[in-house]
Design a protein around this ligand. Structure first.
Ligand code: MOS
Length: 747
């Protein structure tokens, strides 16, 4: 905190923090004992299948559901004609716990707003029966003129883009004039396509009404938001909704509240039976928003010595009216480089389409493609090594806000990465390196993602007389290692062994509003547990009384060591938790604390950084691009668990590889229909596409973050698209500014 002291755990070097612990949920997962959302079972449960509209805009004039109703095992066909009355989803960010992906009426009327909108839900005794019956539903529509092409949408008018309540427009100095008079000018247009969410676990919820209480086993990165929002939708209190999500097979921004949980709960209410609603892979494409397309202009004006005098990053994104969520691609340009003149601007154009949403590093993932490609193009124009050009243009302080950086060791990351990758072996002239029938190239790019800590964090610690502690917090484990890393952190925070800690999470009955998004969960959990521990220590000092070795000490004079509390500068004054509770005659002590507001992000500019290097091969016969190796060097503060962190970085990098070379939602601009809603047609990297990926980091603690740790969830995808595009240029001399870089663009 401003004016405060750094988290003391930053100094702990030999305990649990920083240890390469295997996932504590690993044994459960490999034995199939981890229960995911679509694996909970209720007595009398039925299975749901969803029918989707095949037009983009208009109304349903007739729905023939007779054959479906008569099909074997069918319990209910729900349409707008019989669905219970409900409110629309409260759109994310419109209230503290609003978590909805759109704000449209859900099966309340005959209106169609996008191609793929749910028009009916079938419940049956088995999933197969539900799917078959659903296939028998026949809809008749009256179509209306829909805006389904980006060009038409732009012609109809562009508007300023907003992200998280802030306008996506910033101007510093006179960027147009500075660019016009710059000695070296680079000015290009970069385009990125739509991307769909493809978590290995498709979206699912198992839903039951018990009286007027709603029980939801969800696959969620937002249990508190989902509970509150479902309460609002069904007109019941938040306390009447219980959402849990113990295991999630990947979230990436897509696993918040969408229409399927609402439809499942509505159908369960109507049928009077518990419902499992597990979306098919196609269902995920029809119902769950992804990343929208962008068209970006990036212009750099530089002095002959390489110093930037003007940075212009502008363009447009396609959005839907039901949530108007643009891809905020200018975000990485806000803080990556210094320049006296900067202009950033995202505009939006409206289409009749599925609402889009957060998808891993919204903004930075495709924004760094334009930014870091343009930097590479500038390096070529200047004849300066691209690593040196980036280092030359590092800002002293936040280039827009003027605030100091909390901790910025990006130059160390660049130097260490270049050394380990062997950057000096690169031939800077394009098209000069060859290996058999492969042209070989090397490229690099900056990775960056902000540190966030959202308000609302809180945690409860229950210390029991046997010296064990249970921590409860409504946080999430989507496979990235949250439970493992925070068992480590809490053990260290309380001076206990990891086997004395139970870290319980992902339950809306637990304290805290802790979204697993924005790479902020670790900071939010960390700050919440610090707050709860302060309450716990105060309570324990009271209980310890006058006969304790720690009698008379103030809370900030004691720390947690060896299963108890001790005076910070005199560890011989120590009493164990077991002893304190025994003398006080207590079975347990419960302490709940709320994290302070995130003032650190106002006083410092806080970001994680990285340098991504890659080597590609381009087949001279077929044009096929292959990534041969990747090395990424990060500066993300303290790394809490190298094993889970490396895995998370690699996962992000692999997603970046997909973004660079293959991922593209095929959106039919005549009908507004997504044409490749399957993993057979929407390509993501498979093992054969993924080369060796080395990951290194500075491990320098950020003095202004809990545990010294900034987030690591999203930075992995950033920079990768540009690093690969820059390597492709180095290999071939061809500059591809339109993702994905498929072989037709290289032949
Ligand atoms: Mo992330 S896109 O904030 O889950």
């Amino acid at each position: 905190m401003p004016g405060g002291k750094p988290d003391p755990l930053i100094r702990h070097k030999h305990g649990s923090i920083g240890a390469s612990i295997s996932r504590i949920d690993g044994p459960l997962k490999v034995r199939g004992r981890a229960t995911f959302a679509a694996e909970f079972v209720h007595e009398g449960m039925v299975y749901a299948s969803v029918a989707f509209s095949t037009i983009a805009k208009g109304r349903i004039t007739a729905l023939d559901t007779k054959a479906a109703e008569a099909a074997p095992g069918v319990v209910l066909v729900m349409t707008h004609l019989n669905a219970p009355r409900m409110q629309s989803m409260p759109l994310f960010m419109t209230a503290e716990k609003a978590g909805g992906g759109d704000n449209l009426p859900i099966m309340q009327d005959d209106r169609i707003h996008w191609n793929g909108q749910p028009i009916a839900v079938v419940l049956a005794e088995t999933q197969e029966q539900a799917d078959y019956a659903q296939s028998l539903i026949r809809a008749t529509y009256e179509s209306e003129a829909a805006v389904t092409s980006f060009a038409t949408a732009k012609a109809a008018g562009i508007e300023p883009g907003m992200f998280m309540g802030q306008p996506l427009k910033v101007v510093k100095g006179d960027p147009d004039a500075a660019f016009a008079s710059a000695a070296v000018r680079v000015d290009h247009r970069y385009t990125t396509p739509r991307h769909n969410h493809n978590a290995i676990e498709p979206h699912a919820a198992t839903v039951a009404w018990v009286g007027d209480e709603l029980i939801v086993h969800d696959a969620s990165q937002a249990v508190s938001h989902t509970a509150w929002s479902l309460g609002h939708i069904f007109g019941i209190s938040e306390e009447q909704v219980h959402v849990t999500s113990p295991f999630v097979g990947g979230g990436f921004g897509g696993k918040c509240l969408w229409q399927h949980q609402v439809l499942g709960a509505a159908a369960a209410k109507l049928a009077g039976r518990p419902v499992r609603i597990a979306l098919s892979r196609e269902g995920v494409y029809r119902l769950i928003g992804g990343r929208t397309l962008t068209e970006q202009r990036f212009a750099i004006g530089a002095e002959p010595d390489g110093r930037f005098v003007s940075l212009i990053h502008s363009g447009a994104a396609a959005v839907a009216r039901q949530n108007a969520f643009p891809e905020p691609f200018i975000l990485p340009t806000m803080s990556s480089y210094g320049s006296p003149n900067i202009k950033l601007d995202v505009e939006v154009a409206y289409l009749d389409m599925l609402a889009n949403t957060f998808m891993r590093a919204p903004g930075e993932s495709v924004g760094t493609f334009a930014l870091e490609s343009a930097i590479d193009e500038t390096a070529v124009a200047l004849g300066i090594d691209p690593v040196e050009l980036r280092i030359l243009n590092q800002p002293e302080q936040d280039p827009l806000k003027g605030t100091p950086f909390s901790s910025r060791h990006i130059i160390e990351a660049w130097r260490a990465g270049a050394e380990q990758f062997g950057w000096s072996k690169r031939n800077p002239t394009a098209g000069k390196m060859r290996d058999g029938e492969w042209l070989v190239g090397m490229g690099c790019a900056t990775a960056t993602y902000p540190y966030h800590r959202m308000p609302g964090g809180a945690a409860r610690i229950t210390l029991t007389k046997d010296g064990r502690a249970r921590v409860e917090i409504a946080a999430h484990e989507m496979g990235m290692g949250t439970a493992t890393a925070h068992t480590q952190v809490v053990a260290e925070r309380l001076g206990l062994g990891r086997d004395q800690i139970s870290f319980d999470y992902a339950d809306s009955k637990f304290p805290g509003v802790v979204l697993a998004g924005g790479s902020q969960q670790t900071a939010s959990i960390g700050a919440s547990v610090i707050a709860a521990q302060q309450v716990l220590v105060t309570e324990l000092l009271k209980l310890a009384g006058n006969d304790s070795p720690i009698a008379g000490l103030a809370p900030d004079e004691v720390g947690a060591f060896d299963g108890g509390l001790a005076k910070l500068d005199d560890p011989s004054r120590h009493e164990s938790y077991v002893s304190i509770l025994a003398r006080a005659g207590r079975d347990e002590v419960v302490a709940e604390g709320s994290a302070p507001p995130p003032l650190e992000t106002m006083h410092w500019s806080m970001h994680s950084f990285g340098a991504v290097f890659c080597e590609v091969g381009i087949n001279v016969v077929t044009g096929e691009p292959r990534v041969r190796r990747i090395l990424a060097s990060y500066d993300c503060g303290r790394i809490l668990n190298p094993k889970t962190a490396a895995s998370q970085f690699r996962g992000g990098i692999i997603m970046g590889l997909g973004l660079a070379l293959m991922e593209e939602t095929q959106f039919d601009e005549r009908s507004g229909r997504i044409m490749n809603p399957s993993l057979a047609e929407y390509h993501v990297p498979v093992h054969m596409d993924v080369p060796r990926i080395d990951v290194i980091w500075t491990d320098i603690p950020d003095p202004h973050a809990p545990m010294g740790a900034r987030g690591i969830g999203e930075i992995g995808i950033t920079g990768v698209g540009a690093a690969i595009a820059n390597a492709v240029f180095n290999a071939t001399g061809k500059r591809v500014r339109d993702l994905p870089i498929t072989l037709d663009k290289l032949m």
